[in-house]
Design a binder for this molecule. Structure first.
Ligand SMILES: [Zn+2]
Length: 290
């Protein structure tokens, strides 16, 4: 089962997380035919967003987005506070044989956008946009933590066809009793092999890496692939577009086809659906005023 585990090294004032995704990763990649280099960065991003979302203390979501890249022109992954994950990537041209470095996949104009989106009434939306600074996604995210959050962080990510896994250790603010603890924790974390992240259970992994450290491991929390698309959202989108525009779209093609980018669910809207949407739309319109 896909899970995320938290652990603490109390004396060193260091927190850690470890996540291993199998079915969520397989379900996500079944939605689209991703070339290997795109699959690698998408898997790394999916694990990273799961690890980063574990620190959210409210109901809502966290997303990582890579914009304006070339050939990968859009990559977005999202995690909700209750363990739902989704993500997708778009690319141009033939990328099958690219060596999957950040420069090769994204070029020099891409930006990294981190968005924290609490549910209504749970706090302020927060967005941070930074330039890519590193040859791997993990390096770029570590640079983000250092620059934007002033948090020393070590992030290790690994992806195979069937599994995506990763570990994050982070120096918490404030003084530590064990002043050298962070240095040791980050150096030990850096020694982890991809194979270990992808295949070991959490107890074995932590024992291998930190057997001389005092580590407090918490119960794992489940993660799953979950898309938030629905017929209702498609209806709402058309409703906000307005009757005239929806009618002309329908006339042009005979039906309105909408594909969810995240899960490939296909929504088809015909004339009868439009009647339904716009008779309901009157009520929805009134609601949105308040
Ligand atoms: Zn969907």
């Amino acid at each position: 089962m896909d899970k995320i585990y938290r652990f603490l090294m109390d004396d060193a004032n260091v927190r850690g997380e470890y996540a291993q995704l199998s079915s969520a990763w397989q379900e996500l990649t079944a939605c689209s035919d991703y070339p290997a280099p795109v699959k690698k960065i998408l898997g790394e991003a999916l694990v990273a967003v799961a690890l980063m979302s574990a620190t959210i203390k409210f109901k809502g979501s966290l997303s990582i987005q890579l914009n304006n890249g070339n050939p990968v022109n859009l990559l977005i992954v999202q995690a909700t506070s209750d363990g739902g994950l989704r993500g997708m990537a778009r690319w141009k041209g033939d990328v099958e044989d690219i060596d999957p470095t950040m420069t090769n996949l994204l070029g020099s104009d891409a930006t990294l956008v981190i968005t924290v989106e609490p549910e209504p009434g749970q706090g302020e939306r927060y967005q941070s946009i930074v330039n890519l600074d590193g040859e791997t996604l993990a390096e770029c995210l570590m640079a983000y933590f250092e620059q934007s959050e002033q948090l020393k962080t070590r992030l290790e990510l690994a992806v195979s066809d069937t599994t995506a896994a990763g570990m994050l250790v982070q120096r918490l603010p404030g003084d530590a009793e064990d002043t050298d603890g962070w240095n040791r924790a980050s150096m030990l974390a850096e020694t982890v092999k991809s194979e270990e992240l992808l295949t070991l259970d959490v107890e074995t992994l932590l024992h291998r890496l930190f057997n001389e450290e005092s580590v407090r491991l918490f119960d794992g929390e489940p993660l799953r692939f979950q898309c938030s698309c629905s017929q209702e959202k498609v209806d709402n989108m058309l409703s906000s577009m307005g009757r005239a525009e929806a009618d002309s779209m329908l006339k042009e093609k005979g039906s309105i086809e909408v594909d969810c980018d995240f899960c490939n669910t296909h929504y088809s809207v015909d004339e009868i659906d439009l009647e339904r949407i716009f008779s309901e739309g009157l009520i929805a319109g009134n609601d949105s005023v308040h």
